[in-house]
Write a protein that binds this ligand. Structure first.
Ligand SMILES: NC(=O)c1ccc[n+]([C@@H]2O[C@H](COP(=O)([O-])OP(=O)(O)OC[C@H]3O[C@@H](n4cnc5c(N)ncnc54)[C@H](OP(=O)(O)O)[C@@H]3O)[C@@H](O)[C@H]2O)c1
Length: 305
């Protein structure tokens, strides 16, 4: 992989999160900077919740060009910013900050990233029903994206019911019905029998954990199981594959949200294949495919930007 030579003029971008060491964002962004010959470097910063305000102030003080914001800061960072994009305000979550001469603007590229990654599945979910597991920052982005994709009904299932209820209240309306349910609802056919997609937005799976009990067989055969966790085989997707349902992991979303953030900071579009190649994503490695588990290269997936 080409490397970035850091000079006195190099612009710095990065990511604030806890944990953050597992993040693949430095890999994809630095590969794209090198490919386009841009004098930028992307660094991961381990930022604890108590240090978030200081870290955001440092974006101004150190004149960073911008940062991504990940677990657990996506919602808490909002009051620390000067302005928000429309989608970030709608979602109530920020994953990208752009430093405009000291004015910190919050955006959310997870939304366009999720939408773009859906590819041909986007048409299938239109007018349909979705089950979203989790109620954190990523869930807010996914619910916003599903609303933009004209999904008609969304069931938000979460360990802390209060957080799911807050999402249902914020996003529910005449165009999209929302309901909040406890985790136990995932065992019930009534939750899943008419679902067109089930999206895991929790971090369960990062460390190889078992997934929650879920009635896979109750879903229609076309139901897409989408895991935001990327780059590993998760128990959530293994269960769906065993039930011969279509599956998709978070790799293409990572690429698409990263590409959108890259453009916000640099004004340039990164070559998507460079981002994918930096992740080591080859045709045989993708975890998106048909119920039979046949695999497709990202270029063949017809993803929409
Ligand atoms: N592929 C991509 O591009 C992409 C983009 C964005 C995010 N992500 C991934 O999405 C995940 C969530 O991110 P986030 O920002 O939404 O995090 P977050 O705000 O911290 O929310 C985490 C969610 O996971 C739930 N959860 C955590 N541990 C659990 C457990 N043991 N059992 C049941 N539920 C549990 C939490 O439930 P409670 O509310 O009960 O705590 C909450 O709903 C992360 O893994 C992140 O890396 C991927």
């Amino acid at each position: 992989m080409p490397t970035v030579a850091v000079t006195g003029a190099t612009r710095v971008v990065g990511i604030f999160g806890e944990p953050v060491a597992h993040s693949h964002s430095p890999t994809i962004h630095n590969a794209a900077f090198a490919a386009l010959g841009l004098d930028y470097v992307y660094v991961a910063f381990h930022v604890r919740p108590v240090a978030l305000a200081g870290a955001v102030a440092a974006v101004r003080a150190l004149d960073l060009r911008g940062v991504n914001v990940t677990v657990p800061h996506k919602e808490r960072v909002i009051p620390l910013l000067d302005s928000l994009s429309r989608v970030a305000r709608t979602a109530g979550a920020v994953n990208t900050i752009v430093n405009r001469a000291g004015h910190l603007h919050g955006d959310n590229t997870d939304i366009v990233g999720f939408l773009a990654s859906l590819g041909r599945h986007r048409r299938r979910v239109r007018g349909g029903r979705a089950v979203v597991i989790g109620a954190g920052g990523a869930a807010r982005a996914v619910v916003t994206a599903l609303q933009l994709a004209a999904v008609r009904e969304i069931r938000v299932v979460n360990r802390t019911l209060r957080r799911a209820a807050a999402i249902a209240q914020r996003f529910g309306g005449p165009r999209t019905r929302l309901a909040a349910l406890p985790l136990a609802a995932l065992r019930e056919a009534a939750t899943l029998a008419d679902a067109d997609c089930v999206v895991n937005t929790t971090s369960l799976g990062w460390r190889g954990e078992r997934f929650l009990p879920l009635a896979y067989a109750a879903t229609p055969r076309h139901c897409l199981f989408y895991d935001l966790v990327y780059g590993r085989s998760t128990a959530f997707l293994r269960g769906a594959r065993a039930a011969r349902r279509p599956v998709m992991d978070g790799t293409e979303m990572l690429v698409r949200q990263g590409a959108a953030a890259f453009t916000l900071w640099t004004g340039r579009r990164p070559p998507l294949d460079v981002l994918r190649a930096a992740l080591g994503v080859g045709a045989a490695e993708l975890t998106t495919g048909s119920p039979a588990g046949s695999l497709q290269s990202p270029a063949k997936r017809g993803a929409i930007v």
